[in-house]
Every structure is written in C-alpha cells, then in structure tokens.
Design a protein around this ligand. Structure first.
Ligand SMILES: [Zn+2]
Length: 66
C-alpha cells in the first residue's frame, strides 16, 4: 500500500454534481491537479483563489492508502 492524498470535487460546496476526483502521492501534486481540473472543468483560474478558498480546499484533501 502506498500513502497518498485525494481530493473529490463533489466535496466542495457548490460542486456536488462534479464527478471528478484526483489522487496523487503528495499534497503538492494534488494541488496542481486540482488547479488543472478547476481550469478545464470549471473555467476557474486557480491563481485567483484567495487564502480563504485555499484553506477551505485544503480541508477537503484526504489522506488515503492505495
Ligand atoms: Zn470539478
């Protein structure tokens, strides 16, 4: 088993209908994939996320074993 981090977009308030989730070995990689997903699927620019948004998203990243 490998320790990993996951983020499910549907856990985010207002994104309940989004089926996307990402999983990666490091928290940093999850952040990059989240940003990539937000840009492609939701037309958001992750560079516009303020600290409050980042703190909230950070609480949604879960530690998992795969
Ligand atoms: Zn999404």
């Amino acid at each position: 088993m490998t320790h990993a981090y996951s983020y499910a977009c549907r856990d985010c308030e207002g994104m309940e209908a989004c089926p996307a989730s990402v999983i990666a070995e490091t928290r940093d990689e999850v952040w990059k994939l989240m940003g990539h997903h937000a840009r492609i699927a939701h037309g958001e620019n992750p560079e516009d996320w303020d600290q409050e948004t980042r703190d909230y998203l950070d609480t949604l990243i879960k530690e998992v074993d795969v």
